[in-house]
Design a protein around this ligand. Sequence first.
Ligand code: FES
Length: 148
Amino acid sequence: MTALKALNSPRQCRRLIVPRIARLSFALQQFKPTSDYMMEVLMNNEGWIKTCAVEDIDVEDVVRFDHGDRTYALYRNAKGDCFATDGHCTHEKVHLADGLVMGNLIECPKHNGRLDFTTGEAKRAPICDAIKTYPVKIDAGMLFIKVD
Ligand code: FES
């Protein structure tokens, strides 16, 4: 109610608004984003999604990562390199994160079909269709994937 009354008078309006603008301006000047924050914003702007710490994925293992309405599988091979694919098997809709990593292959838990998670190629029946792979990037120990 006070603000509405002040808007009826230019002088009162200035007294009410100017200090608030000054405080907001001061607050914005004090805002110093960290490099982590800036990196996250930058990567998000380029389509990168922050997933988890690389250490959260054991060597020769796979974890599930959900983002929005999509699911992904994140892998580390025996060398410790990271990879990412769609999360569901291309044979049936089963989470590959429940499967077994063997070298650069993921064995699906349902029918034991195999996919090469570095290329997406189907390697053993009953899987016939390749799986989509995604570029990965590591920054400050965090794994980022680039999705469409
Ligand atoms: S559901 Fe994956 S091999 Fe059948």
